[in-house]
Design a protein around this ligand. Structure first.
Ligand code: ZN
Length: 352
């Protein structure tokens, strides 16, 4: 019984939601400072004097987010490890009756929690810098309009802030050198750690029970990187085999070649010769396309929710909110017409 991909997906949504909310609040904070005293003749100077205040508030907000995320991660990763152990126990039901099961390796989970907290909270200085840079850039690009009146100034500030809200906070580089937006980065880091917690707890149980062979699951709507591994048999320990079972690689080798990459939806399950059915015809390109299109539509919803938070007046807010409803309607239509499954928590911004 492999661990369902939707299981790790649901677990990782909590941390991502904290960051989506932090991003929304930072935009509200920036917009709040910008629109205050919009018709004062010395608006630009006033705004620059307020950078320190904005910085203190933004830092406080990020500190709170950091504490929430740390608590959420400790809980999420322990749940994931428990899940890996439970699934292993179910797979080893016969052996459990013989008393061969070890308790989950808690220190490994603790190390993973620490590592993941550092990876996510480590983004905070970068978030703070982008927040302040954006604020200063909006003020700077708006000041030359000072002689043209309040309305022009409002429009100039709005369009500068919109450009930022459209892309969100960005610029996180992972170990493989890929660039991520904040919301995707937080989700990727958590999902990767969650899946690692499940897999390593599962693996510990299997090795302790003297089992060596696992099979890679056939995930619906698979990722390209893992397609070649689907249904393949892997060795946990690399021990030489005396039977004629075709072992593709060790689990470590498969991971080095890309299996369980960030955001992977695959898992492993005990392979029992003669009992486990090896899946054939595992490709599902149509499902993969439908899922990617859904992700694109979800990004659209979140983008317009950021635009709504960045709105400097009621008209801009109403226009952004209408766009949110548009994109949500497109999601409903897409989910009706394809195998993609809607995940409302992924469209949420500021729903905590
Ligand atoms: Zn994968």
């Amino acid at each position: 019984m492999p661990v369902s991909p939707s299981y790790t997906e649901n677990l990782s949504a909590g941390v991502a939601a904290h960051y989506q909310e932090a991003e929304r609040r930072l935009l509200l904070l920036i917009a709040g400072y910008l629109k205050k005293d919009m018709d004062a003749p010395d608006w630009a100077e006033l705004k620059l004097l307020q950078v320190q205040l904005l910085q203190a508030q933004a830092r406080g907000l990020l500190d709170r987010t950091g504490r929430q995320v740390a608590a959420e991660l400790a809980l999420t990763l322990s749940k994931a490890a428990n899940r890996g152990t439970a699934v292993a126990m179910a797979d080893l039901a016969e052996l459990i009756r013989q008393g061969l099961v070890v308790p989950p390796a808690l220190p490994a989970v603790e190390a993973l929690v620490g590592e993941t907290i550092r990876a996510t909270v480590g983004t905070h200085p970068h978030i703070l810098r982008q927040t302040l840079d954006t604020y200063r850039a909006v003020v700077a690009s708006t000041s030359p309009q000072v002689l043209l009146g309040t309305q022009t100034r409002l429009q100039a500030a709005q369009s500068a802030l919109d450009a930022f809200a459209n892309r969100g906070i960005s610029g996180f580089i992972d170990q493989a050198g890929r660039n991520w937006a904040l919301e995707s980065y937080a989700e990727m880091a958590t999902r990767t750690a969650t899946s690692k917690a499940v897999t390593s707890a599962y693996r510990d149980q299997m090795v302790a029970a003297g089992e060596d062979l696992v099979i890679v699951s056939d995930a619906p709507q698979e990722c390209e990187l893992c397609e070649p591994w689907e249904g393949k048999i892997l060795s946990l320990t690399g021990a030489p085999r005396i039977d004629d079972i075709e072992v593709e690689a060790t689990l470590d080798e498969a991971e080095d070649e890309g299996l369980f990459h960030p955001n992977c939806r695959h898992s492993i399950a005990l392979y029992q010769p003669g009992v486990t059915e090896v899946p054939t015809d595992t490709a599902d390109p149509e499902g993969d396309r439908a899922r990617q299109e859904l992700r694109r539509l979800e990004r659209g919803v979140r983008q317009w929710k950021r635009r709504s938070a960045a709105a400097l007046d009621d008209n801009a807010k109403a226009a952004a909110d209408a766009k949110v409803r548009d994109w949500q309607a497109r999601i409903r239509k897409h989910v009706d017409e394809t195998p993609a499954k809607r995940q409302p928590q992924r469209e949420r911004l500021g729903a905590l």
